[in-house]
Write a protein that binds this ligand. Structure first.
Ligand code: F0G
Length: 418
């Protein structure tokens, strides 16, 4: 019902743990035979499983296990990931210039980023295969997620991270879960190159070049649609770095339609940070991707040679979507707005709201469009960034008032905030 093939030439890999096609070098992808799955059955099973006590049923990923590559029950390693909220965002809507807006907050996962939905599948598969160690290159979130799931599975975990510019909160979180962190000279792209050179038969490489990761992450599309009673939004806007998540969400929406859970596809808008935007540039110019040296304060997406750009391009094209970039200043402003809805997110996540605002301003998205912005990481993932922002952009919000009349001060606050 689900088979692994090369995403480029459709060759079936001989090695079960291969990460790239031996014939053409492209990434591998699972292909689901949607004709053999019935929409009503999936809808019904998913609804019933939500009321079950079985940990697999309480996971927003494994609840959809008929749509995933099979993994033996005793290998499944879950932290009840995946069931994240779709939250309405009135302030975000007015900032972007649309009538209504909702956030799919993937930062509400167990390790506070979208990576958990993919990691539960990648680590469960690795555990079934008897892997003793997992390894990844990371700008921080993959690291924390791998570390947590590897800990649950009794596996060692090794993170290869760029020496500069990854959030200290993410490193601390990763160390808490017991992983080893190896800093390398260079950036994420250098780290990923080193990891991809390892033999996947001896160690589980759990970056999004691993097709099991993509399968887990595609369930975010099902969770989004399910909360909307399987009504498709017009647009889904998300940040893009290594481009695994855009590939995964596009695949999820395609499969939902293939099965008959939904009647149409949302258009995907992938948003990159201007200093790390090789995909946006390739899209604009209608050419293949040319890697860049990436630079942005949104460190999670400081990636110049995205591994999954071909998959992501196919999904964006298929959905009649688009790719764009936004400046670091636009990201900072949008992130502050996400906070004002009482939600909050890390900088990279806010690229989605910043991108939506730009798409509305240019007329690409209509003000009455039905839009979901994907938030990929929790506000506490990068507290140093937030503290810097409040110190420089909004010092009044940081005021520590001493020796004042509290009642007078509250009156002032209520006047200015009304
Ligand atoms: N948002 C956040 C918060 C991320 O951590 C990442 C990627 C992305 C967006 C981009 O997703 O790579 O699938 O296009 N973080 C990776 C990491 C690279 O190592 O944690 P993508």
């Amino acid at each position: 019902m689900i088979a692994l093939r090369c995403a480029g030439c459709a060759e079936v890999p001989a090695e079960p743990d291969a990460l790239a096609c031996a014939a053409c070098g492209d990434l591998l992808a699972f292909e689901l035979d949607t004709d053999r799955v019935h929409a009503h059955a999936i809808e019904e099973i998913s609804r019933l499983r939500k009321a079950s006590a079985d940990p697999r049923d309480r996971s927003g990923v494994w609840r959809f296990r008929e749509l995933l590559p099979p993994v033996a029950d005793d290998a499944i390693t879950t932290l009840r990931e995946g069931d994240v909220p779709l939250i309405d965002a009135p302030r975000g809507a007015s900032y972007a210039g649309v009538d209504e807006l909702a956030y799919l907050h993937l930062g509400m996962n167990p390790t506070a980023s979208f990576k958990d939905a993919g990691m539960t599948v990648a680590i469960s598969h690795a555990r079934e295969r008897g892997a003793r160690a997992a390894v990844c290159a990371s700008t921080g979130n993959t690291a924390a997620s791998m570390a947590a799931y590897a800990a649950r599975a009794g596996m060692s975990a090794v993170v290869i991270a760029p020496v500069d510019g990854i959030s200290a909160a993410k490193v601390a979180q990763t160390l808490d879960y017991g992983a080893h962190v190896v800093a390398v000279e260079g950036d994420f792209d250098d780290a990923l190159r080193a990891v991809r050179a390892l033999d996947p038969a001896t160690v589980a490489v759990v970056n999004s070049v691993n097709p099991y990761r993509i399968e887990g992450q595609k369930t975010a599309a099902f969770v989004l649609l399910e909360q909307r009673r399987w009504e498709t939004p017009d647009w889904v806007v998300l940040p893009g770095g290594n481009l695994g998540n855009a590939s995964a969400l596009g695949k999820g929406f395609r499969e939902a339609r293939g099965i008959g859970l939904t009647a149409r596809l949302p258009r995907l808008a992938v948003v990159q940070a201007a200093g790390a935007a090789p995909f946006a540039r390739a899209w604009r110019e209608g050419r293949d991707l040319v890697p860049v040296r990436a630079e942005t304060d949104a460190t999670a997406i400081r990636i110049g040679a995205p591994a999954s750009w071909k998959k992501a391009r196919a999904e964006v094209r298929f959905s009649a979507g688009t790719v764009l970039d936004v400046t670091d200043a636009e990201i900072a402003e949008a992130r502050a707005i996400v906070g004002r809805d009482g939600v909050g997110c890390e900088p990279a996540s806010a690229a989605s709201l910043a991108g939506l605002r730009k798409l509305v301003a240019s007329g690409a998205v209509a003000p009455d469009a039905d839009v979901v912005c994907v938030l990929t990481g929790h506000v506490l993932k990068d507290t140093a960034y937030a503290a810097r922002y409040h110190a420089s952009e909004a010092p009044h919000a940081n005021a520590i008032a001493r020796g004042i009349d509290l009642a007078d001060y509250l009156n002032l606050v209520m006047l200015t905030r009304a």
